[in-house]
Ligand binder design. Structure first.
Ligand code: ADP
Ligand code: MG
Ligand code: MG
Length: 255
C-alpha cells in the first residue's frame, strides 16, 4: 500500500509557470478525482508525478511512501509502484502485446528482487487479466498500440494495470472518447485491483461519467495551476449542473 504526498508544487515547462503551489495527499486505497477546465494543469500534474522530463519542479516536493521522488527517473517511480495511463498512448513498432507485457512484468519483478516469470505462469496470469479486462485472446499477438482503437488502447492499459498491480494509479483522461463498454472495462479493472491490493487512484477527468462507476471519495478542482476547491462526490453533481464557469468567478471574487 502506498501514499502519495504533493507539497506546494510549483512547475514550469518551456519557461512558463504552469503549477503554482499544488498540495494533494492520496492515502493508501483512496480514490481521488482531479477535475478542472482544459488547460488548468491537470496533465502537467500527472506528468510531473511520473517524472516527465519536459517539466521542471521549481519549488515544493513529491513524496511516495514518505520518500522524496521529486527528482527520481520515471523508471524508478514505476518500480516503486506508480502507474500512469496516458491520454495518448504511443505505438511501439515491432513489439507484440505479449512480449511487451512480459517485459513490463519482468521489469517489475526485477525491481522487487524476484526472478523472471516462467512462460507457463505468464500465460496463466495474462489469461486471468485478459478475462478481467475483456481483452480478446488474439490480442496478445498484435503489435503494441498499432492500429488500436481508442477502446482497445484503454483495454491494453488496464491489462497492464491488472498485471503489474501498482500501488497507485494515475489515470489521465483515460475516459475521453470511450464508449460505455470500454468505460466499464476501465472501472472493472481499477475497482478489482484496488479491492485486491489496496491500490490508490488519482483519476483526472473533465467528464463526470466515469466518476459514477469509479467512485472517488475526494474531488479536487484545479483552476489556473492551483487546486481551488475540494470536497466529496457531491462536487461532481455540482459541476454536472453548473459547469466550471462559477469556479473562475469565485476565484476572481476572492482575489
Ligand atoms: P489540462 O490537462 O488541465 O488540460 P495541461 O496540464 O495539459 O492542462 O496544460 C496546462 C497549461 O500548460 C496549458 O496552457 C498548456 O499549454 C501548458 N503546457 C503543458 N505542457 C507544456 C509543455 N510541455 N510546454 C509548454 N507548455 C505546456
Ligand atoms: Mg488537456
Ligand atoms: Mg490534460
Amino acid at each position: 500500500m502506498a501514499e502519495l504526498q504533493i507539497k506546494n508544487l510549483h512547475v514550469t515547462a518551456a519557461d512558463k509557470q504552469i503549477l503554482k503551489g499544488v498540495d494533494l495527499h492520496v492515502r493508501p486505497g483512496e480514490f481521488h478525482a482531479l477535475m478542472g477546465p482544459n488547460g488548468s494543469g491537470k496533465s502537467t500534474l500527472a506528468n510531473v508525478i511520473m517524472g516527465h522530463p519536459n517539466y521542471e519542479v521549481t519549488e515544493g516536493e513529491i513524496l511516495f511512501n514518505g520518500e522524496d521522488i521529486t527528482e527520481a527517473d520515471p523508471d524508478e517511480r514505476a518500480r516503486a509502484g506508480l502507474f500512469m495511463a496516458f491520454q495518448y498512448p504511443v505505438a511501439i513498432p515491432g513489439v507484440t502485446v505479449a512480449k511487451y507485457l512480459r517485459m513490463v512484468m519482468n521489469a517489475h519483478r526485477e525491481g522487487r528482487g524476484e526472478p523472471s516469470i516462467s512462460l507457463k505462469d505468464f500465460r496463466k496470469t495474462v489469461e486471468a487479466a485478459m478475462e478481467l479486462t475483456k481483452v480478446p485472446k488474439e490480442f496478445s499477438s498484435r503489435y503494441l498500440n498499432e492500429g488500436f482503437s481508442g477502446g482497445e488502447k484503454k483495454r491494453m492499459e488496464m491489462l497492464q494495470l491488472a498485471l503489474t498491480k501498482p500501488a497507485l494509479a494515475v489515470l489521465d483522461e483515460t475516459d475521453s472518447g470511450l464508449d460505455i463498454d470500454a468505460l466499464n472495462t476501465v472501472a472493472a479493472a481499477v475497482n478489482t485491483v484496488s479491492q485486491e491490493t489496496g491500490m490508490g487512484v488519482l483519476i483526472i477527468t473533465h467528464y463526470q461519467r466515469i466518476l459514477h462507476i469509479v467512485q472517488p471519495q475526494f474531488v479536487h478542482i484545479m483552476f489556473e495551476g492551483r487546486i481551488v476547491k475540494e470536497g466529496g462526490p457531491e462536487l461532481v453533481a455540482v459541476l454536472e449542473e453548473k459547469g466550471y464557469g462559477w469556479i473562475g468567478e469565485e476565484v476572481a471574487a476572492a482575489a
